[in-house]
Design a protein around this ligand. Structure first.
Ligand SMILES: [Zn+2]
Ligand SMILES: [Zn+2]
Length: 313
């Protein structure tokens, strides 16, 4: 069983306010955890800091982090991630190089004075950077498929397969401007038959009409991707910072109607603090596949960490 813990679900910029209490205000950070394995972190947005708060000072932190791209909302949590500033801690950060600039050099540009007083090389723990695109990475017994995703600048999507389940993560995805039934082959490969797809759903159709080249997509397009790929379950992600809880609920309701029509088992909207467990697909019974991806009934531990809030979706 794999637990998927959402520590930050927003796109663009942190946006804590009363209107966003239910879905949260921190930017992209999702942690995949399963017993006996080091966590796999998806993006290093501001949600990362809260994940760090749950790791005990006596825990020697070791993890791999797969970063989709280097926009602020996906990297800003690293400077405030306390567990990596402890002796013996290690993190391997995988991300796409940017226009010939290595991931190591790109992080070195934003995490240095005068933008921040500490460089990654000053930390007590060890940070290793890896440039990855269109490849497959093995982390322990987990396989991570790396593929291009249309966005603004070099951007990866990831598909993590471990414990018999596959989770696809596409945080930022440019919807085609002309034909919303088109899905890039690399995207379909990432999402094919996945147990859970975590996908950009930043825009309403009205937003998209006004911002059609900003690198994002509608909730409807997220359903299109998941349905074409034959995925089981979809988590809408990267909520627009201006979208309050009620507006996220409306966007979710529309996507759920569409998801049912397109044969998805479930569509949820990711919320900060949500932890869901994903189990392997059960054998067919009377020709009917039963869902085994259920909301966690109790807090799930992640490398000593417990999500602050476990919500049924
Ligand atoms: Zn983003
Ligand atoms: Zn972006």
């Amino acid at each position: 069983m794999l637990s998927v813990n959402f520590w930050g679900v927003r796109g663009s910029t942190p946006c804590p306010c009363d209107d966003n209490r239910r879905y949260g205000g921190n930017t992209a950070c999702v942690v995949l955890a399963s017993p006996g394995r080091d966590p796999i972190v998806l993006d290093l947005g501001t949600g990362l800091r809260f994940f760090g708060d749950t790791i005990g000072a006596d825990t020697v932190f070791k993890a791999s982090a797969f970063v989709t791209h280097l926009h602020w909302d996906h990297v800003q949590g690293l400077p405030f991630f306390v567990p990596i500033n402890r002796s013996g801690a290690e993190i391997d950060i995988y991300a796409p190089a940017q226009d010939g600039v290595s991931v190591c050099d790109a992080f070195g540009e934003f995490m240095r004075p005068p933008y921040f007083p500490v460089r990654t090389s000053d930390l007590a723990g060890t940070v290793r950077f890896h440039d990855v695109s269109n490849t497959e990475v093995t982390v322990g017994d987990a396989r991570v498929l790396v593929r291009d995703v249309p966005h603004v600048g070099a951007t990866n999507g990831y598909r993590v397969t471990v414990d018999g389940v596959s989770v696809a993560y596409l945080s930022d995805h440019q919807q085609p401007t002309e034909d919303a039934s088109q899905v890039a082959p690399s995207v379909l490969e990432l999402c094919r038959d996945a147990d859970l797809v975590i996908h950009d759903a930043q825009f309403t159709p009205e937003d998209f009409a006004a911002k059609s080249t900003w690198g994002h997509c509608t909730g409807q397009y997220a359903v299109e991707v998941a349905a074409q790929a034959g995925a089981r379950r979809l988590a809408l992600f990267h909520h627009d910072p201006s979208r309050g809880d009620a507006a996220v609920e409306r966007l979710l309701a529309e996507a759920q109607v569409l998801g049912r029509q397109r044969g998805l088992e479930e569509v949820i909207a990711a919320s900060e603090g949500l932890s869901i467990s994903v189990s392997p697909r059960r054998p067919a019974t009377n020709g009917v596949e039963k869902t085994s991806a259920e909301p966690a009934a109790a807090p799930l531990r992640t490398n000593g960490a417990v999500p602050r809030r476990v919500t049924t979706a």
